[in-house]
Unconditional design. Structure first.
Length: 124
């Protein structure tokens, strides 16, 4: 199945929204785990839920890509970044992670294209 440009833009928007929601969930759960106004039992339950949820979610795509690029210490191609992500245990929800990464990498915070199909990190 070949996706149209419109379908790819829509998929990109959905993937970005998912990452925003994951980050929002992490923030919400970290506030809840502080337990303001909760009983001791409530604080324990909130802390457990927050820890479990953030373990399941892992980190977002942008920080994961930046970590792969930092670890490599050089500019990498999308296929090399994908291999590094999978090796580090990053979980994609898509059946075609290369397509997702290829579409999203241009907008990821902390990543820039340096030419010739290579990407590097802007973070030091």
């Amino acid at each position: 199945m070949n996706a149209t440009a419109t379908q790819l833009r829509r998929a990109l928007g959905i993937a970005e929204r998912i990452e925003e929601l994951e980050n929002e969930l992490r923030e919400t759960l970290s506030v809840a785990s502080n337990g303001n106004g909760l009983s001791a039992t409530g604080r324990k339950i909130a802390a457990h839920r927050a820890a479990t949820a953030t373990e399941d979610l892992g980190q977002g795509l942008a920080p994961a890509v930046v970590n792969v690029l930092r670890k490599a210490g050089k500019s990498l191609r999308v296929s090399e970044i994908l291999a590094g992500l999978l090796e580090s245990g990053y979980k994609f929800t898509s059946k075609k992670p290369r397509n997702v990464l290829s579409a999203r990498i241009y907008k990821l915070r902390g990543v820039k294209k340096v030419g010739g199909g290579l990407f590097t990190t802007t973070a030091k």
